[in-house]
Design a protein around this ligand. Structure first.
Ligand SMILES: [Zn+2]
Length: 219
């Protein structure tokens, strides 16, 4: 913690983003409530942390649509308490997030996935290098060139068609031969993040893993 962070903590004490209890960005009671929604079974290159239900769903909606940007600390702290997830993330070189289109970003003022991914990188060290550098966070690897309408009512086939070609890789030289994690808030059909993964691999990434804060089991 640096000097300015210490001063800030005096003015705005660290408190649980859910119940307001002082001492941490998430208290033990609230963390245990989130844990009820943890997904136990994991895949090889993809990690879903929570089910998009109950308190998780409520929190994510507050975070994205009710101007509660501070909740990124609460989410990040809950993810950092998850050892399995941390071990998964640490096997990668770089973490990045699914980009928002400029227009959406300007409306919201922040990219919800970006804030959490950045916190993870700050606190986790790549196991391969084991040096003082943390896992690398790169914000602008991907850009979104087209603003498409929310997809919830569309079929999987249409969604895949919609996202085709809308993401572009910037900074290609930074990702060549690297293992990259893409972080997203909600995973539904995987069409968006699947497209991001595809363009990263085409641009020369060695391996692409996915971490989603929540999996929406819609059908
Ligand atoms: Zn709490």
């Amino acid at each position: 913690m640096n000097f300015f962070e210490n001063i800030l903590n005096l003015i705005f004490p660290i408190q649980c983003g859910i119940c307001g209890k002082l001492g941490g960005y998430i208290c033990d009671d609230c963390y245990n409530k989130l844990k009820n929604f943890e997904i136990k079974e994991q895949h090889e290159n993809i990690f879903f942390v929570y089910q998009y239900e109950g308190i998780i769903r409520e929190l994510i909606i507050k975070y994205k649509f009710n101007d509660k940007a501070y909740l990124y600390k609460t989410f990040a702290e809950s993810l950092l308490k998850n050892k399995k997830l941390c071990n998964f993330v640490k096997c990668y070189d770089i973490i990045t997030s699914v980009p928002l289109h400029k227009k959406r970003f300007n409306e919201r003022g922040y990219n919800q996935s970006d804030l959490i991914a950045r916190e993870l990188a700050k606190n986790l060290t790549n196991v391969k290098t084991l040096d003082k550098l943390s896992l690398l966070y790169i914000k602008d690897i991907l850009t979104k060139n087209k603003n498409i309408k929310p997809q919830s009512t569309k079929s999987v086939k249409d969604r895949i068609k919609d996202v085709k070609g809308i993401y572009e890789v910037k900074n290609k030289n930074l990702i060549k031969g690297k293992k990259i994690i893409i972080f997203d808030d909600i995973y539904t059909t995987g069409s968006t993040i699947g497209e991001c993964k595809k363009v990263l691999l085409q641009a020369g990434a060695l391996e692409v893993g996915i971490v989603a804060l929540a999996k929406d089991y819609m059908d």
